[in-house]
Structures are given as structure tokens and as C-alpha cells.
Design a protein around this ligand. Structure first.
Ligand code: FAD
Length: 471
């Protein structure tokens, strides 16, 4: 081994590329190594192709409200599934190209191959050992599929293979209804496929508030057959794959396994670090520094299995990149939790979730979008938003929602939670008319009614005038 490098980054996904940006500002004695295709999970098989598919599905699904709008002829519309998938791939390729630009021109700094740890200061890359002062592990995650299901071959899909299919269905099962399962199941159903969706639990899309979960379940049931509460078992039968769950039985052509993701860490040699590993084989990672124990090793993004969403992977890559080259790792305050599921209505969780809160100290403000003016005008009046505030101070703590325009409402709420605003403080902000945010105001007013009266004068807390469209 030659003189040690300053750092080696394992994995060129969102976290690895964010780390690379910090590392390149500080040294040119580094390597970034990636196993398999470059271009990031997000662009290749994750956030971006899934959103492209969802947009096509929702555009087609809008035909169901055309009659209500007075628009005729929607029965003439058809979803050309191969063409839909072709557009998804064309967009995906463009997004991947963008991601590839981040590593263009790195020359000998970028290696393709599998990296394995030999210890906290040494990495094997395809048979060659490299000495290094620090290591950034950002190896991501992959879809979890039970081994025995692999026997179904090409009919067993995951998000790694779904977007590359020439066509789909017509009968499809989605097993697992976390964020990814809900998005994919609804999108495929809205494209006209016959979708049966299964989950062992009762909660969907990571929600913990029963009222919001019920709102989502009700909407999903309009699009697909939803089976919750029992394990799905698969077997080969004449004509397809049989999926059984409790009393339900369905035969399908393809199955999408959406049962969560497994960190890509089991082949990394983490045991060579000499720190305890948990039952998943992962070491404890400090969320503020991303450091593993007091070693010069940092674990960022999906690989640490803490908060597997893109903006967190990016933040963690930056933190790991800075700390890997710092004399003393800095502690970073993390942003307000924010997650969004691109179902229709969109699901989001902000700040503290329902399950984290003590009922005795929490006030919940609610709004049902069935009667919300702007949502009614758009024929999108479905869903509910619950926001949580501290019963003593009125400070906003968090929210769960399944609501039209949920991605925007969630960002507004995240801003308020991170800025430590109170219900009364947020009610003091202007609300234009007619907008979906007036629905948020209804929930804030509901919370305000349950809180001690605010000392400050607050125009927006005047009694509602009782006209639904203006409330
Ligand atoms: C279908 C889907 C939809 C999603 N939608 C959203 C969304 O809408 N919003 C959102 O915020 N998040 C979404 N996510 C999650 C988001 O994509 C991930 O959180 C993010 O991509 C994780 O980035 P990462 O850098 O940790 O991992 P990755 O981007 O997976 O990068 C890890 C890299 O490391 C490589 N690697 C693995 N092992 C080794 C090794 N031993 N040596 C070298 N290299 C190795 C891998 O091949 C890979 O290239 C979605 C995910 C999926 C699957």
C-alpha cells in the first residue's frame, strides 16, 4: 500500500455525490468507488421514474371527473402502457445523464468496483488494498425480496426492474404498502391495470394517525383491491401467480415486491471495524456527525437505515464529507423531519408524528377537505389534515395529512415547525383566497379553539364567517 489517501467514498449515489462535493473542496487525495451502474438510485430506479409514472397515471385518471366538469368524450381515452413506460424511461435517462455529470472528469479518482472494508483505515477495491485516513460509506439500499419469491423469475418485479418492462399486467399484485408500495399500486391501478395490494399491517404509507390512515385507505379502495392485516403468500397456479392473504385470493400475471429496502452493508466487512453490530449487522451511527463510534468512518444515506429519503441522504453526505476531513467531527443540527408520499391525495408527515405525541399534552386541529372551497372547485375535495400543537404553549409540533396539494402544505408546515411557530403565530400569516392553504387555516383555527386564548391580537383568529367556501 502507498501513502494513505485522505478519504475513500464508497458508493456514488445521492449521499456519496454530496460527500464528494465537500471532499473535492478540501483535498485531491481521495477515491470514489461505485459498484454497478452509476447515476444514483433516485434518478435510475427511484424518485424520478416513479414520479414520471405517477404523473401519467394521474393525468389519465382525471378523465373520471370530466363529466362532472361538463367535458364530454373521455370514454375515448386509452392508456398505451408501452408508450407510458417509454416516456418514463426517456425522462429517466435524462435525469441519469444529469447525475452522471457529477463524476465526469474525475479520472483516476473514480473507480467502478466493489469496495470492502479491511479495517477503519483500509479499503479493498476489487482485490487491491488502499490505505486511507478516513472512509465514507454511502452504499445505499436495495429492494427486499423473500428468497423463495425469486423463483417467479421475470414476473417478480421490484422498482429496480419495473420501469424497464416493455409492458405490464393486466393483473398485478403489489405486496407491501409503505411509501413506495402505495405510490406504485395506485399509479398502476390508475393506468387501468387490475391491481390487488397487500400489507401485513393496518397502516399505509408510513402513517401513524388513524384518521389520516383511514382517509388514505378510503381513497385507495376506489382505485384498487386493498387487503390489509395478513401476510401475503405466493404460489404458482395454472394461469399465473396466486396471492393469498387471510380470506382473500387473487391470481395475477406479475407481482411487485415493495416490502421495504435492505441496506447494502452485509458484504462490506463492517465486522472489521471492531465495533458492535446490531441484529441488522449495522454499527451505531451518531445522527449529528454520521460517525461510527470514534473511528474515522462515516455512514451516510440509505446505508445507515435511519431516514431513507433523498434530502436526508444529501444532508448526510455533506456532513460525512465535511467530517471525514475535519480534525474534530462537527455536530450538525438536523432539519425538521419531512416525508411525502406521491399518492393522490398526497400523504405527508412533518415534525413529530401522531405516534410520538403524548395525548395529554397535545391539541389536534383537523380539516376535512371534502368541504374545502378550492378543492371542490377542482374536484379534488378528498382527504384530511391533522396538525399537532403543544397544549400549553400552542407551539406547532407536527402534522400528518392525506390532502390535495399535500406536498406544498407539508413544506409550509415544515417551515412553521422548524421556525418554532405557534398555532396563533401561523394564523397571523396572510392566507390568500381561494387556496388549499385555507384548509390548513381551518385546521389551525380548530386547534386554536382548544388552546388557551392568545395574548396577542390576531386578526386571523376572528370567528369564521360560516361560509364553507371562505372558511
Ligand atoms: C421507487 C422509489 C421511489 C423513491 N421516491 C422518493 C421520493 O419521492 N422522495 C425521496 O426523498 N426519496 C425517495 N426514494 C428514496 C431515495 O431514492 C433514496 O433515499 C436515495 O436515493 C438514497 O441515496 P443513497 O446515496 O443513500 O443510495 P444510492 O443512490 O442507492 O447509492 C448507493 C450506491 O452505492 C453503490 N454500492 C453498493 N455497494 C457498494 C460497494 N460495496 N462498493 C461500492 N459501491 C457500492 C450502489 O450500487 C449505488 O450506486 C425513493 C426510492 C425508491 C426505490
Amino acid at each position: 500500500m502507498g501513502a494513505p489517501l485522505d478519504t475513500i467514498i464508497l458508493g456514488a449515489g445521492t449521499a456519496g455525490l454530496a460527500a464528494l462535493r465537500e471532499v473535492r473542496k478540501r483535498t485531491d487525495r481521495y477515491l470514489i468507488v461505485n459498484e454497478g451502474p452509476w447515476g444514483t438510485t433516485c434518478a435510475r430506479v427511484g424518485c424520478m421514474p416513479s414520479k414520471a409514472l405517477i404523473e401519467a397515471a394521474n393525468a389519465f385518471h382525471r378523465r373520471h371527473v370530466f363529466e362532472e366538469f361538463g367535458l364530454r368524450g373521455s370514454e375515448g381515452l386509452a392508456a398505451d402502457i408501452p408508450a407510458v413506460l417509454q416516456r418514463v424511461r426517456a425522462l429517466r435517462d435524462d435525469f441519469v445523464q444529469g447525475a452522471l455529470e457529477a463524476t465526469e472528469g474525475l479520472g483516476a479518482h473514480a473507480l467502478s468496483g466493489r469496495a470492502t472494508l479491511l479495517g477503519p483505515r483500509s479499503v479493498d477495491i476489487d482485490g487491491t488494498a488502499h490505505a486511507t485516513r478516513s472512509i465514507i460509506i454511502a452504499t445505499g439500499s436495495r429492494p427486499t425480496v423473500p428468497k423463495e419469491w425469486l423463483a417467479f423469475g421475470g414476473r417478480m418485479l421490484t422498482t429496480d426492474t419495473l420501469f424497464d418492462q416493455p409492458t405490464l399486467g393486466p393483473r398485478i399484485a403489489v405486496v407491501g404498502l409503505g411509501a413506495v408500495g402505495v405510490e406504485i399500486a395506485q399509479a398502476l391501478a390508475r393506468l387501468g391495470l387490475e391491481v390487488a395490494a397487500f400489507t401485513t399491517g393496518k397502516t399505509l404509507a408510513g402513517l401513524s394517525d388513524p384518521a389520516i390512515n383511514a382517509a388514505l385507505a378510503a381513497r385507495l379502495r376506489q382505485d384498487l383491491a386493498l387487503h390489509a392485516g395478513a401476510k401475503a403468500e405466493l404460489r404458482e397456479v395454472p394461469g399465473g401467480i396466486e396471492v393469498r392473504s387471510g380470506h382473500h385470493r387473487v391470481v395475477v400475471d406479475q407481482v411487485v415486491a415493495a416490502m421495504g429496502r435492505t441496506p447494502n452493508t452485509e458484504h462490506l466487512g463492517l465486522d472489521s471495524l471492531g465495533v458492535p453490530l446490531d441484529e441488522r449487522g449495522l454499527p451505531a451511527v451518531d445522527r449529528q456527525t454520521l460517525q461510527v463510534g470514534d473511528l474515522p468512518v462515516f455512514l451516510a444515506g440509505d446505508a445507515n437505515a435511519q431516514v431513507p429519503v433523498l434530502h436526508e441522504a444529501g444532508d448526510e453526505g455533506h456532513i460525512a464529507g465535511m467530517n471525514a476531513l475535519a480534525a474534530v467531527p462537527a455536530r450538525f443540527e438536523r432539519r425538521t423531519p419531512l416525508s411525502i408520499v406521491f399518492s393522490d391525495p398526497q400523504v405527508a408527515a412533518v415534525g413529530q408524528r401522531h405516534r410520538d405525541l403524548e395525548a395529554a399534552h397535545t391539541v389536534t386541529g383537523t380539516v376535512d377537505f371534502a368541504d374545502q372551497g378550492r378543492a371542490r372547485a377542482a374536484q379534488r375535495n378528498h382527504g384530511r389534515l391533522n396538525l399537532y400543537a403543544h397544549a400549553g404553549t400552542g407551539r406547532l409540533l407536527g402534522a400528518e395529512l392525506c390532502a390535495p396539494g399535500g406536498e406544498h402544505l407539508a413544506h409550509l408546515l415544515a417551515l412553521a415547525v422548524q421556525q418554532k411557530l405557534s398555532v396563533h403565530g401561523l394564523l397571523g400569516m396572510p392566507f390568500y383566497h381561494p387556496v388549499l392553504e385555507e384548509g390548513l387555516r381551518t385546521a389551525l383555527r380548530d386547534a386554536a379553539r382548544q388552546l388557551p386564548p392568545a395574548a396577542e391580537s390576531d386578526l386571523a383568529t376572528c370567528t369564521a364567517i360560516g361560509v364553507a367556501a371562505l372558511d
